[in-house]
Design a protein around this ligand. Structure first.
Ligand code: NAD
Length: 334
């Protein structure tokens, strides 16, 4: 059986990754669209044979409650709009899948989790790497201590951002800069490799273009302490290309990925010639949408759920706090 998915926000990710992925999914199909741009509605209706009755805008969105063809609502809007549309999706009585970062603050995440709980529906967060086989193998190598106990992680993800007018550089819409957008991938990697939550963070920010990055962070590096004693040294940037990796240093060897967070072409490596991290490419978006659909069809709780998004935001807030206060910051508890 295929569940009907409604896409909210038909920007770059919806157009280039999610809609094509929905042509490959086994348990999900594109059922409806929500857009504020009539021209996009016309284009998508024709391309994906979507009837008029399954096209909504941001005002008529709530009528989706009456559409039995829609089982899941997928929020693919700028970060600051995630909370509003997840809460409205919950009120419409639908399961909701939300893009990363889950929201602009831990407080918003808590409201989203509460709304979904009250609706009795599942909330999934789009952490695509958690379904990707190279990442899953790295989680196994760490968990089973194949190279001995994990001691230190180095991770980073960034890119040179273009157009100075885009929403990603507006604090009101993006919540923050590189950290909120791509730093969360490196943060996530440290969390799922250790299987632990960071307790203390020391961060510093560098700004080389205070005009372009007047509202949001450009480059941040931070260090995280985990309860077991593992330390992670992490960076993110909007200023340059080249950082897209993690390295896990264990007592008896090392492993990692580079590139680690792209949609394809991922490469894993280890310090032992006989231990390889090699898997065929998968479509990250088709895999996560199928996993969410299967959880719903089988009545099983889905992970990563809202709590996972909240944990990331708690760490993100500690990073910003440390920069502001110029000293180590404790990560707030769930
Ligand atoms: P985008 O700018 O290409 O698309 C955003 C969409 O939101 C557009 O259709 C735009 O019309 C609409 N929108 C509605 N109100 C808006 C407003 N006030 N300002 C700007 N746009 C508005 O962005 P995107 O790259 O598709 O990102 C959307 C979400 O997906 C973000 O939360 C982003 O973090 C996430 N994302 C995730 C991945 C991933 O790999 N999982 C990759 C890219 C983006």
């Amino acid at each position: 059986k295929k569940l009907g998915w409604a896409l909210v926000g038909l920007g770059s990710l919806s157009k280039n990754q999610i809609a094509p992925a929905l042509q490959k999914t086994k348990h999900a199909r594109l059922a409806a669209i929500v857009t504020g741009t009539p021209a996009k509605a016309t284009e998508w209706k024709a391309k994906y044979a979507i009837p008029d009755s399954h096209v909504y805008d941001y005002e008529t969105f709530d009528k989706i409650a009456e559409n039995p063809d829609v089982d899941v609502i997928y929020i693919v809007l700028p970060n600051s709009m995630h909370e509003e549309f997840v809460v409205r999706g919950a009120k419409a009585g639908k399961h909701v899948f939300c893009e990363k970062p889950m929201a602009n603050s831990a407080e918003e995440c808590r409201k989203m989790i509460a709304a979904m709980k009250a609706a009795g529906k599942q909330l999934g967060v789009g952490y695509r790497c958690q379904f990707e086989p190279h990442h899953r193998e790295c989680m196994r190598l760490a968990k089973e201590k194949v190279f001995g106990p994990l001691k230190f992680i180095e991770a980073g993800f960034g890119f040179q951002i273009g157009d100075p007018k885009q929403w990603r550089l507006r604090k009101e819409l993006a919540g923050g800069g590189a950290l909120m957008d791509v730093g969360v991938y490196a943060l996530q990697a440290c969390r799922y490799l250790t299987g632990e939550e960071p307790v203390e963070i020391t961060a510093q920010e560098v700004k080389t273009d205070p005009v372009k990055f007047a509202e949001v962070d450009e480059t941040i590096s931070w260090s995280m302490k985990f309860p077991s004693g593992v330390v992670a040294s992490v960076m993110t940037t909007y200023a340059f290309n080249g950082a897209n990796f993690f390295t896990a240093i264990c007592e008896k060897g090392r492993f990692g990925m580079d590139p680690a967070y792209s949609y394809d072409g991922l490469k894993g490596w280890t310090s032992k010639p006989d231990v390889k991290i090699e898997f065929p490419a998968v479509d990250h978006f088709a895999t996560e949408m199928d996993a969410f659909s299967e959880a719903i069809l089988n009545g099983k709780p889905f992970a990563p759920a809202g709590e996972e998004g909240l944990r990331d935001l708690l760490a993100v807030e500690a990073i910003y706090r440390s920069i502001k206060d110029g000293k180590a910051a404790k990560v707030e508890a769930m």
